[in-house]
Design a binder for this molecule. Structure first.
Ligand SMILES: [Zn+2]
Ligand SMILES: [Zn+2]
Length: 102
């Protein structure tokens, strides 16, 4: 059997997943937001889903990576490419990211 994240915890930060939105569903929303500014950059955002016990509120898939960790990865990528878009991203997808970056 494959390893799964136990007790609804995130595989990366090990915090309990409190905002159950999976990496695939988040990526769709992030692509839309970034696409308003830069369609080329939006294409680079890829969904990522890790299996887990928590069910995504949008698609119902099991997920094991929390919204905070997923958006942190995307933010870091955006910050390298375009800091203006990265800042806008933070204001829209603030899953406790400001605690880390500001
Ligand atoms: Zn996490
Ligand atoms: Zn989902």
């Amino acid at each position: 059997m494959r390893e799964r994240s136990p007790f609804n915890r995130c595989v990366e930060c090990e915090e309990t997943i409190t905002q159950p939105i999976c990496g695939e569903c988040l990526a769709v929303r992030m692509k839309n937001m970034v696409g308003e500014y830069d369609t080329k950059l939006a294409k680079d955002i890829a969904g990522l889903n890790v299996e887990g016990e928590t069910k995504c509120i949008f698609c119902g898939e099991g997920m094991g990576l929390c919204a905070h960790c997923f958006s942190k990865d995307i933010y870091e990528y955006l910050a390298e490419k375009n800091i203006k878009i990265a800042k806008e991203f933070l204001s829209r997808f603030d899953f406790d990211l400001r605690r880390v970056f500001i």
